[in-house]
Design a protein around this ligand. Structure first.
Ligand SMILES: [Zn+2]
Length: 254
């Protein structure tokens, strides 16, 4: 139990006294009034203003204590963040720094009876890494802000990687489709068939426009038409070629 004597209110009060600060126990949190000694504190407690404050406290003591506890916790953690962000430090060191502010929320107004209790609470709630050593409780601030930032950045990175993967996959699929299209002979024939169809109007124009032009191209047109018709099995194409052949035979008749 020897190590815990360092954390008792008496020991802390003694250290404060040594530093020239007032006794913590003669401080009235509700009125934020520091009294010199027991007598002064008793006098304060009889005062009308204090009675009024105590009436407020009596109406909702839990809420008042919760409010003070929250303020105490926030201020304490602020100090940790500001002064001991990356170090493992004795809880009493932080506490002594904390109470240096004359108007700090006093621990006896909070739900924590001792600093040890508060330190254990910090560990339990994951706000500090706490360690019980032969030299007392040591605490390390857990930097949630940068931890959250780090996690967010990691998440964004992962999301980006997923997107890149997706894109890569899409491209691979697209390439596969293109390769498959290239290796298919029927689609290749279809490609040249399109060219034939584009040539057909010209051919028709030639047929209608002048016999000379038509007479120069019969075998070529016929070959193309037959090729398209057989390979694709398109009736339209066959019909087209027969009609051309008919027209051609008519032409030959002249
Ligand atoms: Zn008071």
């Amino acid at each position: 139990m020897g190590k815990n004597e360092f954390l008792t209110p008496k020991a802390i009060a003694n250290r404060i006294k040594a530093k020239g600060l007032q006794k913590l126990r003669w401080y009235c949190q509700m009125c934020q009034k520091q009294c010199r000694d027991e007598n002064g504190f008793k006098c304060h407690c009889m005062s009308e203003s204090h009675q009024r404050q105590m009436q407020i406290f009596g109406e909702n003591p839990d809420r008042v204590v919760d409010g003070f506890s929250e303020e105490f916790e926030n201020s304490f953690l602020d100090l940790m963040r500001r002064s001991h962000r990356f170090s493992c430090v004795a809880a009493t060191v932080v506490y002594n720094e904390y109470i240096n502010d004359r108007h700090h929320v006093h621990m006896n107004s909070t739900k924590w009876a001792t600093l040890t209790e508060f330190v254990k609470y910090l560990g339990r709630t994951g706000q500090c890494k706490v360690e019980d050593t032969p030299k007392g409780w040591f605490i390390t601030y857990i930097d949630r802000d940068s931890e959250t930032l780090f996690k967010d950045r990691l998440k964004a990175k992962r999301l980006k990687a997923d997107l890149v993967d997706e894109e890569r996959q899409e491209r691979a699929i697209q390439a596969q489709i293109e390769r498959a299209q290239c290796s298919l002979p029927s689609t290749e024939a279809g490609g040249s068939d399109d060219q034939n169809q584009e040539e057909d109007p010209k051919l028709d124009h030639n047929l209608n426009g002048g016999k000379v032009a038509f007479l120069l191209q019969p075998t070529l047109a016929e070959a193309k038409a037959v090729k398209g018709g057989v390979k694709l099995g398109l009736e339209e194409e066959i019909e087209g070629s027969t009609s051309k052949r008919e027209r051609r035979s008519q032409g030959k008749g002249y």
